[in-house]
Design a protein around this ligand. Structure first.
Ligand code: CTP
Length: 281
C-alpha cells in the first residue's frame, strides 16, 4: 500500500505543493510545509498511517471496590485501591481508545480523557455498566465487586447492644457474568480472578462459567499494591505469566490483548509495548 496519495498528477511537477496536499489513505491531511525535511515528513506519514490502521475501540473498564451498606455509617467492602482499573483506563486512552471508567469509592486522581462514572454499591455498578455496555466493544472487569450485600440494610444507625447479632447477607449480581451473557456479536469480555488456592484451575473455571474471552489471574497480595504478578489465559489458549511489574506495565500488556481480541491483529502503536522476554507459559 502506498503511504501517500499524490493529489493530482498534473501538479506533480510542483513537489512542495504536492507535499502540502498529500493525504494519508484514511483521508488525514499530511501537509507539513515546504521547509520540512523529507525524513520528518516520512515519520509524520508513518505515524498518521499507524493511527489510521488501528481501530479506535470503545472500552468499558471497572475499577475499585464496592461498598454494601449495613446502615448509614457501616459497610462491607474490601481493600481494592482501583489502581489496576485506573491504569487500564490510562493505557487504553494513550493508545487512542475511547474509555468509560465505572469505579467504586477510590482516592485516585481522575484519569483525564476518560468518561468516569462514580458508583458506590454493586447494584449501582451493575446499572452503570449495563447502560455503558450497549455502546462498547470490550469490557474489562477489574473492579473488586462485593459478592454479598446486607439483605436488610437499616435506614438508621444500628444501636449498640450487648447481645449477639446476625447479619443476613444476600448475593449481589455477578456483573461480569451478566454483561457477558447480554453481549451482542463482536463484544469481548475480560475478567479478573483473585485466587489463593488452585489459582489456574479456579481462574479457568471462572473463564468458562462466565463465558469470558480472557481472564487475568492475580493473588490477594495484588489488592491495593502498586505492583503485581499476573497470569493471563485467553479462551482456548495457554497461560502466559508476566513478571512482577508495575500495574501501568500490566495495563499496557492488557491493552495489547484487548486490541488483539478486538482487531484480530497485533497492535501497531505510537508507543512501544513493554518487552516480553521474561514471560513464561
Ligand atoms: N465480579 C463481578 N460481580 C460480582 C463478583 C465478581 O463482576 N458480584 C467479577 C470481578 O470483577 C472479576 C471476576 O468477577 O472480574 C472474578 O471475581 P473474583 O472475586 O475473583 O471471583 P468471584 O467470581 O467473586 O468468585 P470467588 O469470590 O468465589 O472466587
Amino acid at each position: 500500500m502506498s503511504l501517500v496519495r499524490a493529489p493530482d498528477p498534473s501538479r506533480a511537477s510542483d513537489p512542495s505543493r504536492a507535499r502540502k496536499e498529500a493525504v494519508a489513505p484514511c483521508g488525514l491531511p499530511l501537509a507539513t510545509g515546504s521547509n520540512s525535511a523529507p525524513r520528518t515528513e516520512r515519520r509524520r506519514v508513518g505515524a498518521a498511517v499507524r493511527r489510521c490502521a488501528r481501530r479506535r475501540l470503545r472500552v468499558l473498564v471497572t475499577a475499585g471496590p464496592t461498598r454494601e451498606y449495613i446502615d448509614p455509617v457501616r459497610y462491607i467492602s474490601n481493600d481494592s485501591s482501583g489502581t489496576m482499573g485506573f491504569a487500564l483506563a490510562a493505557a487504553a486512552l494513550r493508545r487512542g481508545h475511547d474509555v468509560t471508567l465505572v469505579h467504586g469509592p477510590v482516592t485516585l486522581r481522575p484519569v483525564r480523557g476518560a468518561r468516569a462514572v462514580a458508583v458506590v454499591s454493586a447494584s449501582e455498578m451493575l446499572r452503570a455498566c449495563r447502560r455503558a455496555w450497549r455502546a462498547c466493544d470490550v469490557l474489562v472487569m477489574a473492579a473488586a465487586v462485593a459478592d454479598y450485600a446486607p439483605a436488610h440494610p437499616s435506614r438508621t444507625k444500628v444501636k449498640q447492644s450487648r447481645s449477639q447479632r446476625m447479619l443476613e447477607l444476600a448475593p449481589t449480581v455477578d456483573i461480569l457474568a451478566a454483561l457477558s451473557a447480554a453481549r451482542r456479536g463482536g463484544q469481548k469480555v475480560i475478567g479478573f480472578a483473585l485466587e489463593d488456592r488452585a489459582p489456574r484451575r479456579n481462574a479457568q473455571e471462572k473463564l468458562e462459567r462466565k463465558g469470558l474471552d480472557a481472564i487475568v489471574l492475580n493473588r490477594p497480595a495484588a489488592i491495593g499494591a502498586a505492583r503485581s504478578r499476573v497470569e493471563i489465559l485467553e479462551r482456548g489458549g495457554r497461560w502466559v505469566a508476566l513478571p512482577m511489574s508495575s500495574k501501568a506495565h500490566v495495563a499496557a500488556r492488557l491493552v495489547a490483548l484487548i486490541e488483539k481480541l478486538c482487531g484480530g491483529h497485533e497492535p501497531v502503536g505510537s508507543r512501544p509495548l513493554p518487552a516480553r522476554p521474561t514471560e513464561t507459559g
